[in-house]
Design a protein around this ligand. Structure first.
Ligand SMILES: Cc1ncc(COP(=O)(O)O)c(C=O)c1O
Length: 369
């Protein structure tokens, strides 16, 4: 009997059965017919490898892999505390910041609560809420693709359990301005947990974005800032994200629902070594920002109007439906994603890669459009 068709759907929780079928992000293995070489410009990863110091630290750490990792990632927490001024008791780690977003469901949400999120934005915000049985209020981003803070605040009566903002926002790329950020921090009800997803924090700061942690000092209510080693520290494959919380209770909420050893030994060693090699990370960030600006200029030169981006990706409207453009590029080995959902059915998102990646995507788009 085909076990995959044995009709076990009844064992799923109702909230889980209602979710769309699982389809992980597409990788090279999902494109068997395509011609290589593949250019993976779809997952907002860094095209640069980790620093040599990180590689050496991981090689050293693997010798201890018979032992479980430090369940509190003490050395890494101390290093992040030093840099951010946030005490260790208010720092939490996840298997990527994606895990922290998913854990915000069991930690903070439940049936009968509402959460306010930007749309389009990082999809797991909505998944976490739906799994927890919470109601999602999805607020359209503004014309530049930035979170529409005033519309989000208008959705905050009665007080939602949680508001999530993303700066820069994925998949659009726009930052919150200082004044929008200040309005958000002052306007989200004191009873509401304000989560600010700064997965692209380092790129946002490089582009002149506001200092979110500093601005949050004025907030009386609870908050949680999410960051990651995946993007600006070239470590997407090792999965380390962290949360900086306003109160011990907020951090403790995540601690209670996470897996004990959710960040493995190699990942902890790698993240610590990456923080110890800032010159490498910053050179990679600057190269990526310069390459993004070249990609933007190239898109404009072929008659397109990319959305303003402060991140390591660019969203742009094309004359053809996004799904068609994504498919055509994939057949040539170039992997990008559609932004998705009206009014963005014609928008694609391109992750900044190497100089050759930029040249290839521009040449292919020019020929296609
Ligand atoms: C806005 C945003 N938040 C969170 C994440 C998750 O990153 P990670 O789980 O690699 O830390 C991403 C990844 O693309 C993202 O774009």
């Amino acid at each position: 009997m085909d076990q995959s068709r044995s009709g076990a759907a009844g064992v799923l929780r109702r909230a889980v059965a209602a979710l769309p079928p699982y389809r992980g992000p597409q990788i090279e293995e999902d494109l068997p017919g395509a011609a290589g070489p593949f250019r993976r410009m779809s997952l907002n990863e860094s095209p640069d490898p980790p620093s040599p110091k990180v590689i050496a630290a991981v090689q050293a750490a693997v010798a201890g892999a018979n032992r479980y990792p430090d369940p509190q990632a003490r050395a890494l927490a101390a290093a992040i505390s030093d840099r951010t001024g946030v005490p260790v008791s208010r720092i939490v780690f996840g298997n990527g910041s994606h895990e922290l977003i998913m854990l915000s469901g069991p930690a903070f949400m439940e049936a009968g609560t509402r959460i306010v999120v930007p749309n389009p934005s990082f999809q797991p915000y909505q998944s976490a809420a739906k799994i927890a049985g919470a109601e999602v209020v999805a607020v359209p981003v503004d014309a530049d693709g930035a979170n529409d803070v005033d519309a989000m605040l208008a959705a905050c009566a009665p007080a939602p359990r949680m508001v999530i903002a993303a700066t820069p926002n994925n998949p659009t790329g726009a930052l919150l301005t200082q004044s929008a950020l200040d309005r958000l921090i002052a306007g989200v009800p004191e009873a509401t947990l304000l989560v600010i997803d700064e997965a692209y924090y380092e790129f946002g700061r490089l582009a002149g974005g506001p200092d979110v942690l500093r601005a949050l000092k004025t907030r009386k209510g609870p908050w949680l800032v999410l960051r990651t080693f995946s993007k600006a520290y070239n470590l997407a494959g090792l999965r380390v994200g962290y949360g900086l919380a306003s109160h011990d209770e907020v951090a403790e909420g995540i601690q209670r629902v996470r897996g004990v050893f959710n960040v493995n030994r190699l990942a902890q060693a790698a993240a610590l070594a990456a923080l110890g090699d800032e010159p490498y990370a910053q050179a990679s960030q600057k190269r990526t920002a310069a390459e993004r600006d070249r990609l933007v200029a190239g898109l404009k030169a072929i008659g397109l109007a990319p959305l303003p981006s402060a991140a390591n990706f660019v969203a742009v409207r094309t004359p053809k439906p996004a799904a068609e453009v994504v498919g055509s590029l994939a057949r040539r080995g170039i992997m990008i994603v559609p932004v998705g959902g009206p009014p963005y059915d014609y928008h694609i998102r391109i992750t900044v890669g190497s100089a050759e990646d930029t040249d290839a995507v521009l040449a292919t788009l020019k020929a296609l459009l």
